[in-house]
Design a protein around this ligand. Sequence first.
Ligand code: CUA
Length: 356
Amino acid sequence: MNPLVCLPGVFIRGIPHSMLAALWLPRGASSFSPQVQFLWDLFFGIAVFFTVLITVLTLYFAIHYRQRPGRREPDPAPNQNLPLEITWTVIPLIIVMVIFALGFKYYMNMNTPPAGAYNIAVHAQKWSWTFVYPNGAVTNKLYLPLNKPVKLSMTSRDVLHGFWIPQLSIQKDVVPGRVMTLWIKPTRAGRYMLQCAEYCGSGHSSMLAPVIVEPALEFNKSVAAAADIWSHNGKPVPMTEVGEKLYVTFGCEGCHTVNGSKGEGPTWKNLAGSKVTLAGGQVVTADYAYLKQAILYPGRKMVAGYPNIMPSHYSDLAGAAHPKERKLNALIWYMNTLSNRSGKATRPPVPDKPPN
Ligand code: CUA
């Protein structure tokens, strides 16, 4: 076979399929996807059409009207053609107005949640996402019911973030100081990925969250299970396991590692019970009282070498009463398991079992 005909085939076969797929929009999995896909195809088609048209005409004119022996001056040419000028003004105007009208219609649709939509609150913070469901469940994975409209009320606890799920064809900035709303109706079950789409600091690229679209029955089970962090299948969950779970759902893991490597904040490995040097040079022991204060009021006693960037909303955990203080204790118990210091943080003075 002609090698020139084979060449593109060799090239394309040599490229991994995932890379080729990256040239196109992901296969959409929400009710917005057909609209977004259609607009994209329209844009792309128009761009390809005019790129080809202009390139071909440029090449043709360059060759056809090139300077040749005996042709010193340009041929006389008209410098005014009213019908032509009207044509190339009106046609692009129609094209951009069609794009504008469709884009505006789709945009308004995306920003107008239908009545009766299921509500999920989305909190963005450096550098994690937290989702709160009507039953009080707090997760770091976004659970969505299949084929049901969901209204997302989104707030940022610090800087500008971007809520973006490419496969579900939605994106909206999460602006601090405002409640941004968006709605979505997933149409295909599966696991997707939420990414932050605005550069928000050194942890931006890891500000991700899994998105799980499930049929209503499984969705209800997942959200009900997430609401009960203290027991699993009727058995109580050990305090340290609850703490480990909270470490993830509260977003601690965005800044504090548990393996000793340096994060945006101090690592939790061997932290409990250790000697900590504060910004003022003072050395304190990371005991229960210190860790509790460091979670509730992170700005009060800063560890030397770390900026004062921890979100302050964990002070919500203050209030001494169940179940908030139990969550705080669970976190500190988890820190204890990560530490080999002999002193550790002393056992939280709150019972392990919830009061009935
Ligand atoms: Cu949050 Cu980038």
